[in-house]
Ligand binder design. Structure first.
Ligand SMILES: N[C@@H](CCC(=O)N[C@@H](CS)C(=O)NCC(=O)O)C(=O)O
Length: 213
């Protein structure tokens, strides 16, 4: 039995979707972020970075969202969430997954946690504006890379689609939100229509409203 330490709409969304898509047995543990539980001693034992999510199995804890997702997905290769080493789409998959977690996600963090990225007490707004500019560039690059769909790699649903949907939601407050980009929006709509993803939204108490308008 897996235990996923989550907070609604946080990076835990991706492994939560993976767990439900794969039908793996798990329980959700809501992190009390309102009271900074993720900075408390018990949580730091699981994840010294104090960030969400953490996956626990048989007393062993694992952090870093993409690592958790890959680890889970490779338990059930037949589901195809991660193209195998011999798969012709593996290189493309890895490139875009790492781009999303390594380039886009840090700028999302900079956008939301802007005050952490400057020693200037008045500098947060400028950090946020610069992050927003970069993010719009990154989302446009992803939009250009999407083909006819419905998914990132065509007709097959993979971890890329889960991750991009999460990033699309996170970009909802940008001047040009990624949901305003047609292919990105169509992909997210398709992902949100999946039964497992509907269960995730319901369990976390979040909605697909970021696609409205
Ligand atoms: N690189 C980490 C980043 C995770 C992360 O930043 N999670 C956010 C929520 S989406 C968090 O824990 N924020 C609380 C904090 O940084 O204090 C991952 O991908 O798991």
């Amino acid at each position: 039995m897996y235990e996923l330490h989550y907070y609604p709409g946080n990076a835990s969304f991706a492994p939560h979707v993976v767990l439900r898509e794969l039908g793996l047995p798990f329980e959700l543990v809501r992190v009390d972020r309102e009271n900074n539980a993720n900075k408390g001693a018990a949580y730091l034992q699981l994840n010294p970075t104090g960030r969400i999510p953490v996956l626990v199995k048989d007393g062993a804890a694992m952090f870093e969202t993409v690592a958790i997702c890959m680890h889970l997905a490779e338990r059930a290769p037949e589901a195809g969430l991660v193209p195998g080493v011999e798969d012709a789409q593996r290189a493309k998959f890895l490139q875009w997954l790492v781009f999303m977690t390594n380039t886009v996600q840090p700028d999302v963090l900079m956008y939301y946690y802007n005050a952490r990225y400057t020693t200037d007490p008045d500098g947060g707004a400028a950090v946020q504006q610069a992050a927003a500019r970069r993010l719009e560039e990154w989302y446009a690059i992803i939009e250009d890379a999407l083909g006819d769909g419905p998914y990132f790699l065509g007709t097959r649903f993979t971890l890329l689609d889960i991750y991009l949907t999460m990033l699309t939601r996170w970009g909802r407050n940008l001047p040009t939100p990624p949901a305003s980009l047609p292919k990105t929006a169509a992909l997210a709509r398709k992902v949100l229509a999946r039964p497992a993803v509907g269960e995730v939204l319901a369990a976390e108490g979040i909605t697909g409203d970021f696609l409205a308008g």
